[in-house]
Design a protein around this ligand. Structure first.
Ligand SMILES: *Cc1c(COP(=O)(O)O)cnc(C)c1O
Length: 473
């Protein structure tokens, strides 16, 4: 492919992209395929000779598109969204074109300095205290792992980095029973061991019980263990429960335990002054993560990771082989030392474009709209005699189940709701996912897609009602 060909194809591609964004709500949100359907259409080996772009694009449309789940569709209301927006996609095109690998200041000074400024903008926008400094990681899982590694090095005085774990001393980590699976994964990778992860019980709102946390820490201390880190969640993945950060923070300060706050999804809501109470007590936290790539209209991947003690972070990860030394090392940030990989994508550009294109007001307007759509739907579900809510709805995630009043057997209700969800999924008209709350099969509906409107929500709710009525007719 040469420059002329690139220019021609790229122009057409942009038209295709614009059409996709306009038409995506008419696509089946989930493809009608079985495992292996796509791979059997792909050649077993790479081609020997050059192929034309027309052929490639044709196969993209014929083979790949029919096998895609459309996260961009407003009828995708499962998991949490992985949002994007026009300015974000445009920035990604530039990022791919520049192809910069942003491991140190020298490898692209503008990328480092823009990332620095974007993390400052974002810190101010969500009301984090001034002494937090940020870096963009790929995912919240990585950010949380970084936090756990910082906690490990802090408590062992950088001993594990040097010698590995040398004693049989147990280092314990605490989170709630509703915490995201990435905490357990991080605990395993960081070498603490899963047996040393304490899952603290939650209250009726699925938030961590702070007194149970303190009890667990005291018990571990009495048994000679070393309480090392607590992970509190603002917006759990199951039901967006808000852990009581202030009380948890005070306990962490009292026992000198590292506190990491996982606000991967709900962090975006801190852009709203009326929701800042969720972050009350944040000054006790050592680190904080939230993903603009979930609800803040910025393409995956973009995870904002903030720490209070920059020196601890850098000392945990710093490496200095001869071939990476640069003359400016003393005067600049080299983000390779702020996380796990050496190589880094230029992720700050899309954040810059999103923040400028929407403006704070534009972001706030969208988020408030999503929350109000969810609060309205919540009322409808609550008022319907055959449905019940299974958790509070502080934001835009609704946990509910179908519950006709003549069925009281829990197992039957689980089966009925599993069947309902499967039928919804298979229809291709709506994409929802599930969780378990108090052991009950729970259907989740998340209203956070970039271009979501009331008509989409109405259509989704009608479809849920119709499908469930058919199930029992
Ligand atoms: C989504 C989510 C994560 C994981 O995010 P990744 O960026 O995919 O690693 C962690 N914690 C919470 C609360 C989440 O909602």
């Amino acid at each position: 492919m040469d420059s002329d060909e690139f220019r021609k194809q790229a122009h057409q591609l942009v038209d295709w992209m614009a059409d996709y964004f306009e038409d995506v709500e008419d696509y089946p949100v989930k493809p009608d395929v079985e495992p292996g359907d796509i791979s059997k259409q792909l050649p077993e080996s790479a081609p020997e000779n050059s192929e034309s772009f027309e052929d490639m694009f044709n196969d993209f449309e014929e083979i790949i598109m029919p096998g895609m789940t459309h996260w961009e569709s407003p009828y995708f209301m499962g998991y949490f969204p992985a949002n994007k927006s026009y300015p974000s996609v445009l920035a990604e095109m530039l990022t791919a074109t520049l192809g910069a690998q942003c491991m140190s200041w020298l490898t692209s000074p503008a990328a480092t300095e823009l990332e620095e400024r974007m993390m400052e903008w974002l810190r101010e926008l969500i009301g984090l205290p001034e002494n937090f400094t940020g870096v963009i990681e790929d995912t919240a899982s990585t950010s949380t792992l970084c936090a756990l590694l910082m906690a490990r090095e802090q408590v062992t005085d950088f001993g594990v980095n040097e010698e590995g774990f040398t004693s049989t001393q147990r280092h314990t980590v605490y989170c709630s029973s509703e915490t995201h699976s990435s905490i357990e994964k991080g605990v395993k990778i960081a070498g603490f061991g899963r047996q040393n992860l304490r899952k603290i019980p939650v209250n009726e709102d699925f938030a961590m019980q702070a007194d149970e946390l303190e009890k667990a820490i005291r018990e571990d201390l009495e048994n000679g263990h070393t309480p090392t880190a607590v992970v509190a969640t603002i917006g759990t993945t199951g039901s967006t429960a808000i852990d009581p950060l202030k009380e948890i923070g005070q306990i962490c300060s009292k026992y000198d335990v590292f506190l990491h706050v996982d606000a991967a999804y709900a962090g975006t809501v801190l852009l709203l002054p009326e929701k800042r109470w969720m972050n009350e007590g944040i000054e006790h936290a050592d680190s904080f993560v939230f993903n603009p790539h979930k609800w803040m209209f910025t393409n995956f991947d973009c995870s904002a990771f903030y720490v209070q003690d920059e020196a601890l972070l850098v000392r945990t990860f710093e490496i200095m082989p001869e071939y990476l030394k640069t003359p400016e090392d003393q005067r600049v940030k080299n983000y390779r030392d702020w996380g796990i990989p050496l190589g880094r994508r230029f992720r700050a550009l899309k954040l810059w474009f999103v923040l400028r294109s929407f403006g704070l007001e534009g972001l706030q307007e969208k988020i408030r709209h999503h929350i109000s759509l969810a609060q309205d739907l919540k009322k409808e579900i609550e008022a319907h005699k055959d449905f019940e809510l299974l958790a509070p709805v502080p934001l835009n995630t609704i946990c509910f189940r179908f519950h006709p009043n003549y069925i009281s057997d829990e197992k039957k209700l689980d089966e009925l709701n599993e069947k309902l969800l499967n039928q919804i999924q298979e229809s291709g008209k709506l994409f929802l996912t599930h969780t378990k709350l108090n052991g009950k099969y729970t259907i989740r509906i998340v209203l956070g897609n970039t271009n979501l409107e009331k008509r989409h929500v109405d259509k989704a709710w009608n479809f849920i009602k119709d499908t469930s009525a058919e199930l029992i007719s």
